[in-house]
Write a protein that binds this ligand. Structure first.
Ligand code: AMP
Length: 394
């Protein structure tokens, strides 16, 4: 068990909290403040315990000096201030006397946000390569380090691994929740344990399949991924998206786990991906050479529902169709509804699936919607995330 923020005496301590404020922005305005809202419990806890709170985060990819204008965290400080109903001191620097002075001015319960950690990447990728001098400097600014940015835990950066390996450390409530549900589901699931996989490319999920195939009771496959598995089984896929380089892998998995891998039996097909062409629903036997698979069909939805109804733990990564187009969203939507109404442990991982959960208004009805696409995928692959591995055990 990793140490958490609850394991520390925080009063009068300078507590660095690494948050994930990597929010979508348009023309300097935050278009979705979910990530800021998710970070509030840890920040509010530290404030309530009388800590001097120093917040750090990255925002976007900073490659050239002009990116500094687009990716300043100033709008985040303003948003945070209104959400906390409290002044948040924003320091437009990532190092130097201004920052140090602002930190030494903090009173118990005050909150400060420093500028985007990735601005340090303009000095030779210092943040992203976990530069030891930068990490040592940032660590010197605080007494305790709390990592609450699950979305960057699969990265070894100065602002997570670098600081954590130098001062007393723990995780915040967000990471604690992610680990509790994701790790527990993978390592010690309440069975039957079913994994639903979708999305576009098999190659991105080979390691997940390799890790989970032996642990899960069933793996339901939809999305474009399914056509690679169907082709590997010798079934017709028309002109559907197929990841040809992964065909051998799919054959091996199907041979090894013939009763575990559950493929669609029907689908929605079109002759174009934009939703403007002809659209039909049919069983695999009726797929013609020019059909493009865009969603799972209603019989597959029924089959998947049966497996979900029989399961106690379900993890889902990757949409089951081209859900961005309303015409091809039915499978993803219906299966989300089945999960939302199941009363089982339901975990949604991966950026697109989490986005679909929000889009179709099911987000609040799952046990966990992971805040980290890449990080949750690496956990499902069985990897130890550097940003978590570095945190001290209790
Ligand atoms: P991934 O990043 O591999 O999880 O893929 C997510 C993307 O897969 C989403 O943008 C979906 O629209 C896309 N997707 C799902 N089903 C299909 C399909 N049948 N054909 C093409 N793309 C799909």
């Amino acid at each position: 068990m990793k140490k958490t923020i609850r394991d520390f005496e925080l009063v009068s301590k300078k507590v660095i909290i690494r948050c994930d404020f990597n929010v979508p922005m348009e023309n300097g305005l935050i278009t979705d403040d979910n990530r800021i809202i998710e970070s509030l419990p840890t920040i509010m806890y530290a404030v309530s315990k009388g800590a001097k709170v120093i917040l750090m985060s990255h925002l976007g990819r900073v490659k050239e000096p002009k990116d500094k204008k687009i990716y300043s965290l100033k709008p985040v400080a303003e948003k945070l201030s209104s959400l906390l109903d409290k002044k948040v001191v924003f320091v437009p620097e990532t190092r130097g006397s201004k920052l140090e002075q602002a930190i030494s001015n903090l009173q118990n319960g005050d909150v400060l946000l420093m500028e985007n950690t990735r601005f340090e990447d303009l000095n030779g990728k210092l943040e992203s390569t976990n530069d030891p001098v930068l990490a040592e400097y940032w660590a010197s600014l605080g007494d305790i380090f709390i990592n609450d940015a699950f979305g960057t835990c699969h990265r070894c950066h100065a602002s997570n691994v670098g600081i954590a390996s130098r001062i007393p450390n723990g995780v915040g409530f967000l990471i604690e929740k992610e680990l509790k549900y994701l790790l527990e589901a993978v390592e010690n699931p309440k069975r039957p344990f079913t994994v639903i996989l979708g999305g576009a490319k098999v190659v991105d999920k080979i390691s997940v399949i390799e890790n989970l195939a032996s642990k899960a009771d069933y793996i339901l496959i939809g999305g474009a991924m399914a056509y690679t598995f169907l082709m590997a089984s010798g079934l017709p896929v028309g002109k559907s998206l197929v990841d040809k380089d992964s065909l051998d892998f799919c054959r091996r998995v199907l041979d090894k786990y013939p009763d575990k891998i559950i493929l669609p039996i029907d689908g929605v097909y079109s002759d174009s991906l934009d939703g403007k062409g002809r659209i039909k629903e049919c069983f695999l036997s009726d797929v013609t050479y020019d059909d493009i698979g865009v969603d799972i069909g209603s019989s597959t939805i029924k089959v998947f529902k049966q497996y979900i109804d029989d399961s106690n733990t379900i993890i889902w990564n990757g949409p089951l169709g081209l859900f961005e187009n309303e015409k091809f969203a039915n499978g993803t939507k219906k299966i989300m509804q089945v999960l939302a109404e199941s009363g089982k442990t339901t975990i949604i991982g991966g950026g697109d699936t989490a986005f679909a959960a929000s889009k179709f208004c099911f987000k609040e009805r799952f046990t966990l919607v992971s805040t980290g696409g890449g990080a949750s995928l690496e956990l499902l692959e069985g990897k130890i995330l550097p940003g978590v591995g570095v945190i001290d055990d209790k």
